[in-house]
Design a protein around this ligand. Structure first.
Ligand code: FAD
Length: 292
């Protein structure tokens, strides 16, 4: 199903779509294990599952499309295949579009991808995610894009980041998925700014449970999300108790999801990252407050 239709139907029915994110086979993650993770995620009956891809043409985009197709065809769940434009030429994007179409992909999350760590400017014909969106829309995909409740890490201000987000809607994005955040008030502030900027497409909230101090540190330095003091206190309290910290991270994420649902957000997207236990806990917490 097209994700924009799914959000429109949910809005009409007063429900909140819940989705999960997973990554495709790569390195030690074999196709069989990715398939098993996808099957377990789909068994929890999310509204859709999105599948990441590596930026810079490092080779797993065909796996992204294949897993997205498997999710829809074999497990009866709507899917979204991520696609990064960084490093692609016009011909390369046309090839990627043809491959996604051949795999039966219906929905694409259009991303720029992170810049290379080397500091070199990436080669390729596209500077921003907004630049690849029109070709994807013309090819018949339902296209989504990434949103940053605290502003993108490389952007000078939140106001400017919201202006750049509006360019993605103007280019044809019909739904948005946010970067992770740990403080819901920052999302509510962002939602007001997005409304004021004329962003009308649904914005689904991306939530990622913290699993370890190392993981959370890496994430916040990579994406610039704030760590509120309740999270810092949990990281300190469970410093020597990895299992306790993992449980605290899942509980914290579940509390965030419930609060967001109670504030009537457009959608909830759990960065389950191939961990069905995380997705299951999120679903249980949300179903406990009533039908979504
Ligand atoms: P853009 O929207 O192009 O923005 C990039 C930067 O350029 C921002 O600082 C923005 O403010 C600025 N900008 C935009 N337009 C203009 C303009 N016209 N003039 C000047 N500046 C401008 N990465 C992956 O590699 N694979 C994935 O599967 C993946 N999935 C993701 C899913 C979600 C939900 C999110 C939030 C991120 C994901 N990422 C993924 C990470 C993403 O690639 C990075 O955050 C990347 O740095 C920015 O991507 P973007 O599509 O938001 O870029």
């Amino acid at each position: 199903m097209r994700i924009d239709s799914l959000f429109a139907a949910a809005r009409a029915a007063g429900t909140i779509p819940v989705s999960f994110e997973m990554f495709p086979p790569k390195g030690e993650l074999t196709l069989e294990r990715a398939r098993a993770a996808a099957e377990k995620l789909c068994a929890l009956k999310p509204d859709f599952v999105s599948v990441t891809c590596s930026a810079g043409g490092s080779g797993n985009s065909s796996a992204t499309a294949d897993i997205a197709q498997m999710i829809s065809r074999d497990f009866g769940t709507s899917s979204v295949a991520h696609l990064t434009g960084i490093g692609l030429t016009h011909a390369g994007l046309a090839e990627r579009i043809a491959a996604y179409r051949a795999a039966g992909v219906e929905n694409v999350l259009a991303l720029r991808g992170d810049l290379p760590q080397t500091g070199d400017a990436p080669s390729g014909d596209f500077s921003y995610a907004a630049d690849i969106i029109p070709a994807l829309v013309d090819a018949g995909f339902c296209v989504g894009a990434a949103a940053y409740p605290e502003g993108h890490i490389a952007c000078d201000s939140l106001a400017e980041s919201v202006r750049h987000l509006k360019l993605k809607q103007d280019a044809g994005a019909s739904f948005l998925v946010t970067q992770l955040f740990f403080d819901n008030d920052l999302f509510y502030r962002f939602r007001e700014l997005a409304d004021a900027a004329g962003i009308t497409v649904p914005i689904t909230c991306g939530i990622m449970p913290f699993m370890s101090k190392q993981q959370v540190t890496r994430m916040v330095f990579m994406c610039g999300a704030s760590l509120p003091s309740p999270v810092i206190k949990l990281l300190a309290r469970f410093e020597d108790d990895p299992d306790g910290l993992m449980r605290a991270g899942i509980d914290y994420a579940c509390d965030q999801l419930v609060d967001l649902a109670e504030h009537g957000v457009d959608g909830l997207h759990v960065y389950a990252m191939n961990r069905p236990s995380v997705a299951r806990a999120a679903m249980q917490a949300l179903r406990a407050i009533g039908p979504l």
